[in-house]
Design a protein around this ligand. Structure first.
Ligand code: NAD
Ligand code: MG
Length: 301
C-alpha cells in the first residue's frame, strides 16, 4: 500500500505534492540514468494503482527504462497489460529496476535493448514484441533525444540528424512495422512536448521534431481511423527525468527546472501516466488525433 507521501490519489495542494526547485547540479552523460538523479523521479513505483483498464492488452513502450516511459510501462502493467520495454544498452541498470519491480508483482515485462535510430532495429523490435507478447495492441512511442545547443553555429549536422532519427524517423519506422499487427481497438500514443508550441531557442532541432510529431499524429489518426486504430499524443511540459540533466538543459536550468510554470515545479513522470493509460484504453474510444498537455499550467495553444 502506498504511503501518504507517494499516494497520487490523496487530495492535496499540487504545488507542494512533489519536489520544487532549487535542485542540485547533476550532470550525466546522455542518455542518463534515473538511478543517478537527486531527488529520485517518481515513476509511480509505490503509488500507481491499476484498475483493469488495459486487461489483456499487449503493449510496446519505447524509452520504458526511465522517466515518462517507465511511468507508462508501470501503469500499463498494473492496468493489466503485458509490456515490452525498449531502451539503449547503456540504460540496462534502469531497465533492470523496471523488470524487477513488475515481474516481482507478477506482471509480464520483456526488456529489449537497442538503438531506435537504426531502421532495421525498429523493425526487429516490433517483430520481437509481437512474438513475445503474442500480438500488439498498444504502441507507446516515448523514447526521445534532447541535447541543447546555444546556437545554430554550434549545432552540427550529426547532432541534428540524430535528433530527427530518434524522435521522428523511429516513429515512422516503428509505426510502419506495427500497424499491420494491430487490430481494431488498438492505440498508438506518441510523445510530443510543449516545445512543439513554445520552442526554446536552445532546442532548435528538438522542438522541430516535436512539432513534426504533432502533425504526424494528426495525419496518422486520419489514415488509421478506417482500421479502427486511434492515434494521439501526450505533450509534457517540464518533467523531472534523466533527459534534462544529461544534456537536455544547461545545468543552471536544471537547478531551477519547473520554476517558471504556474504550479512552480517540474512534473513527475507518474503525473503523465494517466494520460497514456486513458489514450491507450477503450475509455478513449472517441478520441483520436489529439494532443494532450501535461504542463503545470504552461498550457498548449
Ligand atoms: P528519459 O531520458 O527518461 O527517456 C527518454 C528515453 O529515450 C531514454 O530512457 C532512452 O531509453 C530513450 N532513447 C533515447 N535515444 C534512444 C535511441 N537512439 N534508441 C532507443 N532509445 C532511445 O526522459 P523523458 O523525459 O522521460 O523522455 C521521454 C519522452 O518525453 C521523450 O520523447 C521526451 O522528448 C518527452 N518529453 C520530456 C519532457 C521533460 O521535461 N522531461 C518534456 C516534454 C517531452
Ligand atoms: Mg532512460
Amino acid at each position: 500500500m502506498a504511503d501518504a507521501v507517494n499516494d497520487p490519489y490523496a487530495m492535496r495542494d499540487p504545488r507542494t505534492q512533489y519536489p520544487q526547485p532549487e535542485f542540485s547540479r547533476q550532470p550525466q552523460p546522455a542518455p542518463g540514468l534515473a538511478a543517478e538523479m537527486s531527488p529520485k523521479p517518481d515513476h509511480g513505483e509505490t503509488g500507481y494503482r491499476g484498475n483493469g483498464r488495459l486487461k489483456g492488452r499487449k503493449a510496446l513502450v519505447t524509452g520504458g527504462d526511465s522517466g515518462i516511459g517507465r511511468a507508462a510501462a508501470i501503469a500499463f502493467a498494473r492496468e493489466g497489460a503485458s509490456v515490452v520495454i525498449n531502451y539503449l544498452p547503456s540504460e540496462q541498470k534502469d531497465a533492470d529496476e523496471v523488470v524487477a519491480l513488475l515481474t516481482g508483482e507478477g506482471h509480464t515485462v520483456v526488456a529489449i535493448p537497442g538503438d531506435l535510430a537504426d531502421e532495421a532495429f525498429c523493425k526487429e523490435l516490433v517483430q520481437r514484441s509481437v512474438k513475445e507478447l503474442g500480438g500488439l495492441d498498444i504502441l507507446a512511442n516515448v523514447a526521445g533525444r534532447q541535447q541543447f545547443s546555444p546556437s545554430i553555429d554550434e549545432l552540427d549536422s550529426a547532432s541534428f540528424e540524430a535528433t530527427f532519427r530518434t524522435n521522428v524517423f523511429a516513429l515512422f519506422w516503428l509505426t510502419k512495422a506495427a500497424v499491420p499487427h494491430m487490430p481494431p481497438g488498438a492505440a498508438i500514443v506518441n510523445t510530443a512536448s510543449i516545445q512543439a508550441y513554445q520552442p526554446s531557442d536552445i532546442l532548435l532541432d528538438y522542438a522541430s521534431t516535436k512539432a513534426a510529431i504533432v502533425a504526424f499524429t494528426k495525419a496518422l489518426a486520419k489514415q488509421l481511423a478506417e482500421k479502427g486504430i486511434r492515434v494521439n499524443a501526450v505533450a509534457p511540459g517540464p518533467v523531472w527525468t534523466p533527459l534534462q540533466p544529461s544534456g537536455g538543459q544547461p545545468q543552471e536550468k536544471v537547478v531551477e527546472f519547473g520554476k517558471s510554470v504556474p504550479l512552480g515545479r517540474p512534473g513527475q513522470p507518474v503525473e503523465c501516466a494517466p494520460l497514456y493509460v486513458l489514450l491507450a484504453s477503450q475509455e478513449a474510444s472517441f478520441i483520436t488525433g489529439e494532443t494532450y498537455g501535461v504542463t503545470g499550467g504552461n498550457m498548449l495553444p
